[in-house]
Write a protein that binds this ligand. Structure first.
Ligand code: ADP
Length: 172
C-alpha cells in the first residue's frame, strides 16, 4: 500500500502499468523511453503511431506488449527552461493525468520513472517534491490504485526521492 521508492529498471517491473517519460511525438526517444520501446517491441511503436502524439502534461495509455507490465502510460513531462514557463504545473499534470488513466484502466499497481529529470533537465529535488506530493494526494482518494512505485535508475535520484518522501511525511 502507498508509495514506495526503489532503485531499479522500470522495464522489468511486473505491475499493472508503467509510466513512460515520453516526448510529444510518442514515437520513442532516448533514456527510459528508448528502453521501454526496446523491451516492449515493435508493436508498441505501431500502437503509438495511431495516437497522434501527446501534449506536455497530458497522458495516453497503450498495451505493454512484450513488457511484464500490462499497460504503458505515456506522458511527455516539461522541458526545464528555468522554472518560469509553467514547468511545475506541467510536471504535476504529468503525474496526475497518468494516475487518472491508471485508475480508469482499473490498475492496482503503477510504476513511475523520474519524469523530466533526464534529458529534460528538471532539477531533481524540485521534481521529486512535486512527484511525491502529487502521488500522495492522489492516493488519499484512489479507488483502484493501491500501490505506486517510484523506480529510480541511479542512487542520486533515489536519494532525492527518499528526501522528498521523508519531508512530505514529516509535514503531514
Ligand atoms: P526525460 O526526457 O523526461 O528527462 P529521461 O529518460 O531522459 O526522461 O530521464 C528520466 C529518468 O529516467 C532519469 O532519471 C533516467 O536516469 C531514468 N531512466 C533511464 N532509463 C531507465 C530505466 N530503464 N528505468 C527507470 N528509469 C530510467
Amino acid at each position: 500500500m502507498g508509495l514506495q521508492i526503489e532503485l531499479g529498471d522500470i522495464t522489468t517491473y511486473r505491475v499493472d502499468a508503467i509510466v513512460n517519460a515520453a516526448n510529444r511525438t510518442l514515437l520513442g526517444g532516448g533514456g527510459v523511453d528508448g528502453a521501454i520501446h526496446r523491451a516492449a517491441g515493435q508493436k508498441l511503436l505501431e500502437e503509438c503511431k495511431t495516437l497522434g502524439g501527446c501534449e506536455t502534461g497530458e497522458a495516453k495509455i497503450t498495451g505493454g506488449y512484450r513488457l511484464p507490465a500490462k499497460y504503458v502510460i505515456h506522458t511527455p513531462g516539461p522541458i526545464w527552461y528555468g522554472g518560469s514557463r509553467g514547468e511545475a504545473e506541467k510536471l504535476r499534470s504529468s503525474y496526475a493525468n497518468s494516475l487518472r488513466l491508471a485508475e480508469e484502466a482499473g490498475c492496482k499497481t503503477v510504476a513511475f520513472p523520474s519524469i523530466s529529470t533526464g534529458v529534460f533537465h528538471y532539477p531533481q529535488d524540485e521534481a521529486a517534491g512535486i512527484a511525491v506530493h502529487t502521488i500522495l494526494t492522489f492516493l488519499k482518494t484512489a479507488k483502484s490504485v493501491q500501490r505506486v512505485i517510484m523506480v529510480c535508475f541511479d542512487r542520486k535520484t533515489l536519494a532525492a526521492y527518499e528526501r522528498a518522501l521523508h519531508a512530505a511525511q514529516a509535514s503531514s
